[in-house]
Design a protein around this ligand. Structure first.
Ligand code: ATP
Ligand code: PAF
Length: 281
């Protein structure tokens, strides 16, 4: 199963004792690149681009599905992006494995004996991300797809996927400079205070004018004023002012730029190892 990468432009953290009510508000876009999850006969090993790994959200999904110690399959993730770069890759892995395991083991009920619907799989994936501190809103956005505005944290889901006219005219360029582990930021009270203070009014501003241009402008404001963006990324964003917009992917050490077809070659010439993507709806 393919799950699209998700880039958050700006966000606000909401913590709650209930993992399902913990999450983030904010906005982001899903991409036509991401993670394809498949199962092969095995004994519960997890491989990420052929490397055997011990991935927290995947372990939690297996546990929530009551399959710990019972797997007769290995889980293989084939990812277009590395983990830890702000592409929502851990969310792709959580959501993809939840769907594949449900199908492979013909699971029908949750641990609370409720029907194991797609919504319940989404809840399991969200809880896994939140408990592992690898995400707060990615899987909800990856389930929703497109240009996604998250108006409420967690569940019940309160999101809008904004219709983009001439969607195919737009490209998303991703340039990855390094890793930034999400948990080091969302588990740090000083960072969360700065993030929430900076993002406080951004959601309302985007809802008033839900365009890609405004999304990128607000994302750049967020990346710069939280101090999360590196000087290198900020400098490149200035060089890319002729495009729809550029900012730092949250939470990663990566730049993302939305540009139109006629701007593509000039934008590519500025970036070092750009991955060319489309917005995935
Ligand atoms: N080689 C590895 N083996 C096991 N776990 C890894 C490995 N590389 C990264 N991880 C784990 O993968 C998770 C990456 O999650 P993280 O949220 O930081 O990044 P992401 O999901 O790719 O992007 P985003 O910032 O958009 O959420 C972390 O828990 C990290 O410890
Ligand atoms: C916290 C976060 C920015 C990490 O990618 C993302 O999960 C989100 O938008 O909630």
């Amino acid at each position: 199963m393919f799950i699209p990468s998700h880039i958050t432009g700006f966000f606000k953290v909401t913590r709650h004792e209930n993992l399902l009510k913990t999450g983030s508000t904010g906005a982001g876009i899903t991409l036509n690149k991401g993670v394809t999850t498949k199962l092969i006969n095995g004994s519960g090993n997890v491989y990420f681009n052929d490397e055997k790994i011990d991935l927290c959200p995947s372990n939690d999904v297996i546990k929530y599905l009551d399959l710990k110690g019972k797997l007769k399959h290995d889980i293989l993730y084939n990812s277009d992006f590395p983990l830890g770069c702000g592409m929502g890759t851990s969310g792709c892995c959580a959501l993809g494995s939840a769907h594949e395991l449900k199908n492979a083991y013909d699971l029908k009920f949750t641990e609370n004996n409720e029907l194991l619907t797609e919504l319940e799989l989404l809840k399991i994936s969200h809880k896994s991300e939140v408990r592992c501190n690898t995400g707060l809103g990615d899987v909800i956005a990856q389930h929703t797809k497109g240009f996604v505005i998250r108006k409420g944290p967690g569940f019940p889901i309160n999101v809008e996927s904004i219709k983009i006219n001439n969607l195919n005219d737009y490209y998303v360029l991703v340039d990855i400079f390094g890793k930034k582990e999400t948990d080091t930021i969302i588990n740090n009270s000083e960072w969360v205070e700065k993030i929430n203070a900076t993002s406080d009014e951004l959601l309302g501003k985007l809802l008033n004018k839900p365009t890609l241009e405004n999304f990128m402008e607000l994302s750049y404001y967020f990346a710069k004023n939280t101090g999360l963006a590196s000087d290198e990324v900020l400098e490149l964003c200035s060089d890319l002012k002729f495009t729809v917009g550029a900012s730092q992917a949250m939470l990663g050490n990566a730049l993302f730029c939305i540009c139109k077809k006629e701007e593509l070659n000039d934008a590519l010439s500025i970036l070092s190892k750009p991955v060319v993507c489309k917005i995935y709806c």
